[in-house]
Design a protein around this ligand. Structure first.
Ligand code: DOR
Ligand code: ZN
Length: 360
């Protein structure tokens, strides 16, 4: 970080987003630019309909992402494979060797949006995990049990105990990212775990606790999975993100759904935070008096864990208030309208993204 006139301007190595949902079709065209405006690279989630389970599907999806961006945009989508009960280890290995995908995503079947084709028993995919362990391919986990007898606010903590701890014992060399952690239990587990275990933290879980979903009525725009937890957990996440510990890094889990899908009798989980993601993290880090740790969290810990080069470009944030709009209306090339509510809608954030200078 270089900050000659700190604290009014902050220049950071350009960050990456280690967990994002870019969707497809009109939604992809509406949202891809927001991520590409801030981040050099992003780990793109494979939970499309149908999910990205083959090298061919990932190659085609990567092409659609690039086509959704303006010509010459340097943004690099990093693709992932969606693990199913039947995915072949050879297919996973081939996509990694051909540099089509960089990691596999494990959704317990039924845990979240478009996860029906996910994994029904983790032991059943042992051959795939063994190959990944051997070739150094990271496993990204949505860490919630799907047992309906487990309270929704306990599903992450129970997953750690029932599934994650035994998994790490079975595969001690596997690189594992516990995605979008929401509890003090996850923070403690990751912090005290081996160096091949890390976690991503979203901006929304740094800002809201579970009360946000019920403030004065039902607030679907604060509903995501894993759901936000009690205040003590939010504080533990803030402490972890701002600690400088390289096991914790940025992953927005930006997950757009159109207004109709959010405001429904069975609304979708997901918070669309991409347009003001780095501003949101900067606000949280400033509140924790840890702005000097933002660059490590946003731009260094992730690539080091994945074994990828650090970005050479930079972004500059200015301490200028930025008003987040209540709604974002986008049209795709065919004129299809997409209506979205961004995270922090109607709020003013203290840091504004001023410039992005792509690297070489
Ligand atoms: O809130 C979420 N939205 N959590 C997930 O795990 C999936 C995501 C989505 O795809 O909408
Ligand atoms: Zn996600």
């Amino acid at each position: 970080m270089t900050a000659p006139d700190f604290p009014r301007r902050l220049t950071l190595r350009q960050p990456d987003d280690w967990h994002v949902h870019l969707r497809d079709g009109a939604m992809l065209q509406a949202v891809a630019g927001a991520t590409a405006a801030q981040f050099a690279r992003a780990i793109v989630m494979p939970n499309l309909k149908p999910p990205v389970t083959s090298v061919a599907a990932a190659t085609a999806y990567r092409r659609r992402i690039r086509e959704a961006l303006s010509d010459g945009c340097p943004f690099q989508p990093l693709m992932t494979a969606y693990l199913t009960d039947t995915i072949e280890p050879a297919e996973v290995e081939r996509g990694f060797a051909e540099q089509v995908w960089v990691a596999c995503k494990l959704y317990p079947a039924g845990a979240t949006t478009n996860s029906a084709a996910g994994v029904s028993a983790i032991e059943a995919i042992t051959p795939v995990l063994a190959v990944m362990e051997l070739i150094g391919m990271p496993l990204l986990i949505h860490g919630e049990v799907v047992d309906p007898a487990v309270d929704i606010f306990d599903r992450e903590a129970v997953f750690i105990e029932r599934e994650l701890a035994p998994l790490l014992q079975r595969h001690p060399g596997l690189k594992v990212v516990l995605e979008h952690i929401t509890t003090a239990d996850a923070v403690d587990f990751v912090r005290s775990g081996p160096p091949n275990l890390a976690a991503t933290i979203t901006p929304h879980h740094l800002h809201i606790n579970r009360n946000a979903m019920f403030a004065g009525g039902l607030r679907p725009d604060f509903y995501c999975l894993p759901v936000a937890k009690r205040e003590l957990h939010r504080l533990a996440l803030r402490a972890a993100a701002t600690s400088g510990n390289p096991k914790f890094f940025l992953g927005t889990d930006s997950a757009p759904h159109g207004r109709g899908a959010k405001e429904s009798d069975c609304g979708c989980a997901g918070i669309f935070n991409a347009p003001f993601a780095i501003e949101s993290y900067a606000a949280a880090f400033e509140q924790e008096q840890a702005l000097e740790r933002l660059e490590g969290f946003a731009s260094e810990h992730g690539p080091r864990f994945y074994g990828l080069p650090l970005n050479s470009g930079t972004i500059t944030l200015e301490r200028q208030p930025v008003a987040v709009p209540q709604r974002l209306h986008r049209n795709d090339a065919a004129g299809t309208a997409v209506d979205l509510v961004p995270f922090h809608a109607g709020e003013t954030l203290p840091w504004r993204l001023a410039t992005t200078a792509a690297g070489t």
